[in-house]
Design a protein around this ligand. Structure first.
Ligand SMILES: [Fe+2]
Length: 291
């Protein structure tokens, strides 16, 4: 996702010309004011993908990342993720199209109604939540430079599309993520915003799930990172806890090293149901933390 807690754009040989033109500047300015009177239409946040802007090196980076990670994921990722990747026709040959008949959005639309929408940079929380509430996923379109294949602190299209979007093809996860956006949009309470950020972190970004008695990967931060994915499944230093909404929302996280605590779902139904419960509490005004 175009995360709402980051502050900097990429450095190095990033193909930033794709997003730094007047269209991108206007969209970012609108996003920064989202929620003010007259700034409530998510359509103004989005930009064109400008696919012609990808260089041969960009395409090569996608192929290298795809090959390296998908070979591992075939055995270690959730079947829901792998099935979603097939359903949206995620392929190694080229950076995914967000627009047009061969785009991932064409397939997603038919499956769950979610859409992957290009954004010029980071979105503030209000804008980000509003997009999710509409089944629109703010998507970074630029890709990391080849000098940074192994690690990049910011999201790029490999993280956002390869890592996140396949799960959006699953009806249960699709409902969960929209409910998350709706719930987060209803509260201005900082304590709930923090709890919801933790929920996002330990599920959407770094979630594990048990399938057929084996722990598998589904969080995008694991799916899109060779180092983090192996650490999550293989390291003795990782505490893999059973998912529990209250425990997750009370667990703080740090972003600059491999995760020492991860939470394991038993099913995506469990996640959807927990999110529905939380959303009802917010919508009914029963908003005491821990209630
Ligand atoms: Fe992400």
């Amino acid at each position: 996702m175009a995360q709402h807690d980051g502050k900097q754009k990429f450095a190095g040989s990033l193909n930033s010309a794709m997003i730094d033109g007047p269209e991108g500047v206007a969209a970012q300015q609108y996003a920064n004011r989202f929620g003010e009177p007259g700034y409530c239409d998510t359509a103004h946040i989005y930009v064109a993908q400008h696919y012609e802007g990808y260089s041969a090196e960009n395409q090569e980076c996608w192929q290298t990342l795809y090959d390296r990670q998908m070979a591992y994921l075939e055995a270690c990722a959730s079947e829901v993720y792998l099935s979603g990747a097939r359903s949206i026709r995620l392929v190694r040959d080229h950076i995914p199209y967000l627009e047009g008949p061969q785009s991932i959005n064409t397939y997603l639309k038919r499956l769950t109604g979610w859409q992957s929408c290009a954004v010029p940079g980071y979105l503030p929380a209000k804008a980000f939540f509003a997009c999710l509430a509409r089944r629109e996923f703010p998507t970074t379109v630029v890709i990391r430079p080849k000098e940074s294949l192994d690690y990049l602190p910011e999201p790029d299209i490999f993280h956002d599309v390869f890592g996140h979007v396949p799960l959006h093809a699953d009806p249960v996860f699709a409902d969960f993520l929209q409910t998350y956006g709706r719930a987060a949009s209803t509260t201005n309470d900082d304590s709930h915003v923090e709890r919801l950020a933790r929920l996002f972190w330990f599920t959407v970004e770094f979630g594990l799930i048990r399938e057929g008695g084996t722990i598998k990967l589904y969080g995008s931060g694991l799916i899109s990172s060779p180092g983090e994915s192996r650490h999550a499944l293989e390291s003795k230093d990782v505490e893999r806890r059973p998912f529990d909404l209250e425990t997750v929302c009370a667990t703080s996280f740090e972003i600059d090293h491999y995760q020492p605590i991860l939470y394991v779902l038993e099913s995506f139904d469990q996640l959807r149901d927990a999110m529905n419960t939380y959303a009802l509490r917010l919508l009914n005004g029963n908003v005491a933390v821990g209630a």
